[in-house]
Design a protein around this ligand. Structure first.
Ligand SMILES: Nc1ncnc2c1ncn2[C@@H]1O[C@H](COP(=O)(O)OP(=O)(O)O)[C@@H](O)[C@H]1O
Ligand SMILES: N[C@@H](CCC(=O)OP(=O)(O)O)C(=O)O
Length: 377
C-alpha cells in the first residue's frame, strides 16, 4: 500500500466518518484519583463538535472506578478485586450520568456498551457487539464503551482500555483511532527522563516499538501506561487504521487535524472484519501441526492447510473455533478457523483430499483451515 505521510494521517483523522476515541482514567481525574466532571465536560465539548459535523463516534471511556470510590466514601482507589468490581458498578452509572448530561447539552444521545475480553474473543459475541454498535451509530447515538469491570476477574480482564479501544476500532471498522491520555505525545522514553524526545510521526509502528522505551503507568491513576498504548497503536496501524495519541485537553485541535500529539501511519491494508478478529481478538482452542511442506505453503501465503500436511492435532476444539497452525518444532505460524472438530481431524490428518473423498464422501474433501480463514502471524 502507498505509505501515508504525517500530514495525510492527520487529515485522515480529521476527516474520519467513524471515529473511536479512548480517554484514560488519568485524563478524567484529580491527582487523588477522583473523577473531575469539568474535565469530562471539556472533552465532550470537543467531541460533540465532530459529532455535530456528522462523525459517528464510539467513546471508550475509563473512569468507572474513579467515579465510584468517592461516592462510596473511600479515600482512595481500592486495590482488591471485589471492592474494585463493586466500585466500578457504582461508578459506571455515575460516569454515564455525567456523559448523558454533557452530550445532551449538544442535543446528542448516548448509549452504553460494557464489554469483557471474552466478548471480543468469541465469534458470536464479537458479531453481537458489532451489530449493536453499528446500529447505535446508525441511529446517531454516541456509543460509550468500557470494560465490564463489575464482572471481569483479574485473569480475564483487559485492565487497561487501550487494547480494548483498538479492538473496538476493528469491530466498527473505524476510519481513525484517537488515544487521549495525560501526556501530550509519545516520547522516546518516559517524559520524566531528561533525554526524552517527542515523536510526532511514526511511519512504521512495528519498527518504532523496538526503539521506544515505554513504561507502564506511573501516575497511579491509569493502568496500562505507554506500553499498552503502543500495543493499541500497533493493532490499529496493522489493521489499516490511522492512530493519533495526545493529551485529552488537546482533543479539539487533534480532531481538527492540527499538528499535536503523535500520529501512527497505517502499515497494512485493512483486512476483512473476520480476518481482523482471527488475528487480534480470537483465542485459539487448540492447534494443528503442519509438516515441512505444509508449513512452507502456509508461510508463503494464500495456501489452505490441507489434511495431508497435518501431522498432529492438539486441544479440544469444534468446527468454527480458532486454532494455531504450528510448524514441526511447535512454533506458531498462523492462526485460523478450523473447519473440523479436533476429534474428527485426528482421524482425517495425513490423508489426501481425494482419499478422504473416496472414503468418507465429498463433504470431507476440504481443507482443515481454508486460506480465507487463515492469517499469518
Ligand atoms: N515513552 C513514553 N512516552 C510517553 N509517555 C510515557 C512513555 N513511557 C511511559 N509513559 C507514561 O505513560 C503515562 C500514560 O499512561 P496511563 O497513566 O496508563 O494513562 P491513561 O490513564 O490515559 O491510560 C504517561 O503519564 C507517561 O508518564
Ligand atoms: N475500566 C476501568 C479503567 C481501567 C483504566 O484505568 O484504564 P486506563 O485509563 O486505560 O489506563 C475503569 O473504568 O475504571
Amino acid at each position: 500500500m502507498t505509505k501515508m505521510d504525517e500530514e495525510a494521517v492527520r487529515r485522515a483523522v480529521a476527516q474520519a466518518r467513524t471515529l473511536v476515541v479512548k480517554v484514560g482514567s488519568s485524563s478524567l481525574t484529580s491527582p487523588s484519583g477522583h473523577l473531575r466532571p469539568e474535565r469530562l465536560q471539556a472533552l465532550v465539548g470537543a467531541l460533540a463538535r465532530v459529532c455535530l459535523q456528522g462523525a459517528r463516534l464510539v467513546l471508550v471511556s475509563s473512569g468507572a472506578i474513579a467515579a465510584g470510590f468517592g461516592s462510596l466514601g473511600f479515600s482512595e482507589r481500592p486495590d482488591d478485586l471485589a471492592t474494585q468490581q463493586a466500585t466500578a458498578s457504582v461508578g459506571q452509572g455515575v460516569l454515564m450520568a455525567h456523559y448523558e448530561t454533557a452530550f445532551a447539552s449538544y442535543g446528542l444521545k448516548v448509549g452504553q456498551i460494557l464489554l469483557t475480553a471474552q466478548d471480543t474473543r468469541q465469534a458470536t459475541q464479537y458479531r453481537n457487539a458489532r451489530r449493536t454498535l453499528g446500529r447505535l451509530l446508525d441511529l446517531g447515538v454516541v456509543a460509550i464503551v468500557n470494560e465490564n469491570d463489575a464482572l471481569a476477574s483479574n485473569e480475564i480482564r483487559f485492565g487497561d482500555n487501550d487494547r480494548l479501544s483498538a479492538l473496538v476500532a476493528n469491530i466498527v471498522r473505524a476510519d481513525a483511532l484517537v488515544l487521549l491520555t495525560d501526556v501530550d505525545a509519545l516520547y522516546t522514553e518516559p517524559p520524566s527522563r531528561s533525554g526524552a524526545r517527542k515523536v510526532a510521526f511514526v511511519p512504521d509502528v512495528v519498527q518504532t516499538m523496538e526503539s521506544i522505551d515505554a513504561e507502564g503507568s506511573t501516575s497511579g491513576l491509569g493502568t496500562g501506561g505507554m506500553t499498552t498504548k503502543l500495543e493499541a497503536a500497533r493493532i490499529g496501524a496493522v489493521s489499516g487504521i490511522p492512530v493519533l495519541m495526545t493529551k485529552a485537553s488537546l482533543a479539539g485541535p487533534a480532531l481538527f487535524g492540527d499538528p499535536v500529539g503523535t500520529v501512527f501511519a497505517p502499515v497494512k491494508h485493512r483486512g476483512s472484519a473476520r480476518r481482523l478478529w482471527i488475528k487480534f481478538a480470537s483465542a485459539p482452542r487448540g492447534s494443528y501441526q503442519a509438516d515441512a511442506g505444509a508449513a512452507r505453503a502456509v508461510h508463503g501465503g494464500r495456501a489452505s492447510l490441507l489434511p495431508a500436511g497435518v501431522t498432529g492435532v492438539e486441544g479440544e476444539f469444534s468446527a468454527g473455533d480458532p486454532v494455531w497452525i504450528r510448524d514441526e518444532s511447535g512454533r506458531p505460524l498462523a492462526k485460523g478457523v478450523s473447519a473440523y472438530d479436533a476429534e474428527e481431524a485426528v482421524h482425517l490428518m495425513g490423508r489426501t483430499t481425494s482419499e478422504l473423498s473416496r472414503r468418507y464422501g465429498r463433504q470431507y474433501a476440504h481443507p482443515f483451515v481454508h486460506r480465507d480463514d487463515l492469517v499469518l502471524l
